[in-house]
Design a protein around this ligand. Sequence first.
Ligand code: FES
Length: 109
Amino acid sequence: MHEHAMPYKKIVFVCVNQRPPGERVCCAGGGGVVLYAKLKNMIKERGLRGRIRVSKAGCLDRCEDGPNIMVFPDNVWYSHVAEADLEPLVMRLVESLRAEGQLPRNYGG
Ligand code: FES
């Protein structure tokens, strides 16, 4: 095992868990897979891929509050996320990176 510093400034976990119909609700049923794909694309388009990693998560056991997204190391949890929330979510990530001095001064994304 090799231990080292986190290779990303932030990791955004998007729950994409899918359950069969008739079982407990799931984030995929609420659009989690689409949210994951769109968020990943937004991070790429804004040149943030080396700083922010968007990853799929399995069930986080907050299914009734889904779709769920959590951000590390910010310790922020977003629930009931809709596509319209992604832009403000990305803006918060950018603001957080900026406050931490993790973006170039001239970053305009
Ligand atoms: S399915 Fe997403 S939290 Fe359980």
